[in-house]
Design a protein around this ligand. Structure first.
Ligand code: FAD
Length: 394
């Protein structure tokens, strides 16, 4: 569990939609802490505690299991609000909800069903270890393997990155099914204390998303074999982890872009007030940027709608067309966030380049640059290229 330094205070009373309550945490807790989180590269404890106090870490868990029963669209809206104020906080929360979504849909054993109820009650925070030293961003292959004997599993993984592992209550880990399995025959397993040991390797001193604390670890875990999700990871990834990750990451990046556009708009409006009767030089660029931003908004909304439509149809979720579309969302969103921030920097000029100005866009740019690397866009394009070779259309 995360140790609380000081109880976070918000104006909330568990009232309002999930998105509204996430937005209040964004404005009242995440925003004020964002500069310190970024400067010190520290975990956004106060934001996670505020979400925990509101029961929002179980937002995606069905009400029957004690959760909030929220839709992905509601969580996405909340992540846009968080991304506007503190992209590191938003990314932590997005990564957590991706893992929760996998457990909700695929965690069918009684042990995992009980765990979801426990997660809702205690508002656990989940991390993930899909990347591995030796396979890099190729998350669909593993080197480490599960060793299952006498109803117990054991695994050791060299993980180059596990975001906020020290502050998480459990980690979902991918591994080969057995020591004899090929690299692509993977499963995913819930690893939690006391059977979880994390040996930190190196530090996280990165350009952006500094508050995600994405350090490397040697992860050693043991536990009940029922903590292994029964479906192959390839199915879990195709139907849930990949589309949900691309939808929620894109929501975070949309938050970054939205805040940049709002800053640029305020900058141009201030210019217009200073010289009444004249059109500020950057106003046409602002209008053009608003068009691109609207495309970004519409793309995230239409992708959420496509996922909601396909949600109950496993064939559709597994179809090549759906996968190509969800990959396209990730590549487009991660490109647009940087394009939009860069345009906003041209609009605000030096005021955005300075780090001590109310129009500074330094953190937006640094965080935004991480988007294309979180599973490299070139790698995603290579996957799409392969799928398109055999795609027969919708
Ligand atoms: C903020 C942040 C948080 C993260 N949190 C986590 C986490 O909690 N858990 C986790 O498991 N991972 C996490 N990651 C890791 C992330 O998901 C990526 O998998 C990882 O960043 C990829 O690392 P890489 O760039 O070194 O490797 P690669 O993706 O392997 O890229 C290395 C190089 O390979 C090149 N390349 C491109 N396409 C291909 C191809 N088809 N085949 C081979 N090489 C190719 C790339 O251009 C690049 O130059 C996080 C990353 C970031 C930025």
């Amino acid at each position: 569990m995360i140790a609380t330094e000081a109880p976070p205070t918000t104006t909330m009373t568990h009232a309002g939609s999930v998105a509204t309550r996430m937005a209040v945490v964004a404005d009242e807790v995440a925003g004020p802490a964002a500069a310190d989180v970024d400067a010190r590269g520290r975990f956004p404890t106060e934001t996670v505690e505020a979400l925990r106090a509101e029961g929002l870490l179980a937002a995606l868990v069905p009400t029957a299991s004690g959760g909030g029963g929220a839709t992905l669209a509601e969580v996405s809206e909340g992540l846009v609000a968080l991304g506007k104020r503190c992209a590191s906080s938003a990314m932590v929360v997005a990564m957590h909800h991706i893992q929760v979504a996998c457990l909700v849909r695929h965690g069918s054993s009684p042990l995992l069903r009980d765990y979801l109820r426990e997660l809702s009650e205690h508002q656990y925070l989940l991390a993930s270890a899909t990347t591995e030293v030796g396979t890099g961003g190729d998350v669909r292959s593993s080197i480490c393997a599960l060793d299952v004997a006498d109803g117990r599993f054991r695994v050791e993984k060299q993980a180059p990155v596990i975001s906020y592992a020290d502050d998480a209550d459990a980690v979902l880990v991918t591994a080969r099914r057995t020591a004899d399995s090929p690299e692509s025959d993977q499963v995913i397993v819930l690893c939690r204390p006391p059977g979880l040991e994390l040996e930190q390797v190196g530090e996280w001193n990165a350009l952006g998303f500094r508050g995600t604390c994405s350090t490397g670890f040697v992860l050693r875990a043991t536990g009940d074999a029922d903590a292994v999700l029964s479906e192959p990871y390839s199915d879990i990834s195709t139907r849930t982890m990949l589309p949900v990750a691309h939808l929620l990451w894109s929501s975070v990046w949309l938050g970054i872009a939205t805040d940049a556009v709002e800053l640029a708009r305020r900058f141009v409006q201030a210019e217009a007030r200073r010289k009444p009767g004249t059109m500020p030089a950057a106003s046409v660029r602002l209008a053009q940027t608003a068009v691109v931003h609207q495309q970004f908004v519409d793309m995230v909304h239409s992708s959420l709608a496509r996922f909601a439509e396909a949600d109950a149809d496993s064939d559709r979720l597994s179809s090549i067309g759906f996968g190509v579309g969800m990959n396209a969302l990730k590549v487009s969103a991660s490109t647009l966030v940087v394009d939009i921030v860069r345009e906003c920097m041209l609009i605000c000029g030096l005021a955005s380049y300075r780090l001590d100005s109310p129009f500074s866009l330094g953190r937006h740019l640094r965080d935004g640059m991480g988007a294309a690397l979180m599973v490299n866009n070139d790698r995603i394009m290579a996957n799409n290229a392969q799928m398109l070779l055999v795609h027969r259309g919708e």
